[in-house]
Design a protein around this ligand. Sequence first.
Ligand SMILES: [Zn+2]
Length: 304
Amino acid sequence: MSFSGKVKEELVKLENDVRHCQIAELAAILIYSGAVRTDDSGARMIEISSDAPLVASRCLTLLDKLQLVRQDTMSEVQRQNWLYLYKNDSSVIKKTLQIIKYNEGDDLVNPLVIKSLCCKRACLRGAFLSIGSMSNPEKGYHLEFVCSDAQQAKQLVETLLFYEIHAKVVARKKYQVVYLKESEEIVELLNVIGAHISLMNLENLRILKDMRNSINRKVNCETANISKTVNAAAKQIDDIQYIKEHYGFDNLADHLRQMAELRLEFPDATLKELGEYLTPKVGKSGVNHRLRKLGELAEKLRQE
Ligand SMILES: [Zn+2]
């Protein structure tokens, strides 16, 4: 299942036992998923498309908690087709729309039902369930709400601001998309809507990703150092070969001849290792000094 799907699965199981918050979440689901409609005969109906089973089941749970429907008296078939049932039950529809303070033609959650912070939280949860999604955090950080118009997007952005979450809006086809790109803000949103398990999974992925990045940086850095060492050794060997052919090791001072011979014998050795092979032993800077002398000599010979 996608990361987004797991967040929704977690949200659907979340307890919401406070009546005002239940109303706020239900209002968000009905408004944002566009579930409130008027049919051809002018009668209102509540309809949630069957391709959103999680949303439908959350909606049913909330209606039950608000004592608008009774899940336990429904058969499995009725439960699956409950939307059909409530198309034909005008009293339930009427009570439901009353409880969420719905006015004719509304496509915003009535501000009266999301006055408190706890209710705004519940509203955002309903919004995420209905029109929210997020990318796989292993690929990148992106969370969005696809709103049907600019008014709806504005209401969401303003609600998010209560939690200091700064969302942006972009038009996509006929929709207005409210989105978050910063991982910190996505984490904060998951926290606000109560998706704490998903939040922890996201944080773990974030840590892993950071670790992987820092390991990659280190490896790259070490590779660069190794190639620097290899290039330096190749140059030294080149110089020493030139001296051997155009000057002769016998003409070198003892300490330089010994250095030159050792370098040819151990082309892969580090300066420290070369120093260990010398008798008497010499430190890294001593080795460096001798190799530089050899380099200067080779340069001089080449110019002559
Ligand atoms: Zn509340």
